[in-house]
Design a binder for this molecule. Structure first.
Ligand code: ZN
Length: 296
């Protein structure tokens, strides 16, 4: 690819409902497109290729990076498991896009791509080792070690959403006790409905908690403690100190973090709450595009 740092780069954040595409120049996302995800392989890849060409507007496309929610094969050529995009599983995704755009294509898990975006120009800039966690419909994670995403031999590293946190709630993965089943944005809304007896969005729940509503505060205490249990295990295993949060649940981090930090200080011997940094990531919904565009 071009070594000119000002040359445009193209990144795609492929989701189950929307495809977000962006053109990045230097640190700026100069243009972006968002289209509904066609749930058919050829149509989906055609839509991505057409979107990238639109963003290129005649400029050469030196490289395309794409983040996909699923397990990426070790050789990073295809997606081996993608519950929300099953039609793409086990297809030669990289080759199919390369054929359409005639440029190198780099594939990455979406959480890893977002983590890499934060590492490059977001809240993780200058931090060699950290974990990025998305609190959304589920809970995803990407681990950055020595400045690059850590995949593991099967491409499944960072699945913090399915770590056991000691509760008895059922998770979508088929087991009980997962972090995702108690601390995703959706899980917090479910807890709120059970605790308060009415349906609240996470934003409304957070507002109620900030006004001192005891039931709303108790939801964040429950979810925050579970988060602390999961983060403790990550901290014990990898000695990570910095955890960045994205997704729809991130704006409620101030309500979760005190409980999580208390639990981490309790469970991580030799460390105290101030040793850890739990911070909202800075690139928001564009972290995946930024990261994909910068993949190497
Ligand atoms: Zn699970």
């Amino acid at each position: 690819m071009s070594t000119d740092s000002s040359a445009p780069r193209f990144g795609v954040d492929l989701g189950g409902t929307a495809i977000k595409l962006g053109r990045v120049e230097g640190e700026q996302l100069v243009s972006r497109l968002e289209i509904t995800t066609p749930h058919h392989a050829e149509q989906c890849l055609d839509a991505i290729a057409a979107g990238v060409r639109t963003l290129a507007d005649g400029s050469p496309i030196h490289q395309l990076g794409i983040g996909v929610p699923g397990v990426i094969s070790t050789a990073r050529l295809q997606v081996s498991n993608a519950p929300n995009l099953e039609f793409l599983e086990k297809l030669p995704l990289v080759a199919m896009l390369r054929d359409r755009l005639d440029c190198p294509v780099l594939l990455e898990n979406d959480a890893n791509a977002a983590a890499f975006g934060e590492a490059q120009i977001g809240a993780g800039r200058g931090v060699l080792n950290f974990m990025f966690i998305t609190l959304g419909t589920g809970v995803g994670g990407g681990v950055i070690l020595n400045g690059t995403p850590f995949h593991g031999p099967g491409g499944m590293a960072g699945e913090i959403g399915h770590m056991y946190t000691g509760h008895q709630r059922q998770c979508g993965c088929g087991t009980i006790g997962c972090l995702e089943a108690i601390a995703s944005a959706r899980a917090m809304e479910t807890l709120a409905a059970q605790q308060l007896g009415r349906t609240l969005s996470l934003k409304e729940l957070a507002a109620a908690a900030r006004e001192g509503d005891r039931d709303a505060l108790s939801v964040f205490r429950t979810s925050g403690l579970a988060l602390g249990i999961a983060l403790s295990q990550v901290a014990l295993l990898l000695d990570l100190r910095v955890f960045l949060f994205g997704g729809g649940g991130a704006p409620a981090l101030d309500l979760l973090a005190p409980h999580a930090l208390k639990e981490m200080a309790k469970r991580c011997f030799g460390r105290c709450a101030s040793d850890f940094q739990l911070t909202v990531a800075t690139l928001g919904n564009d972290a995946g595009i930024h990261g994909a565009a910068r993949l190497i």
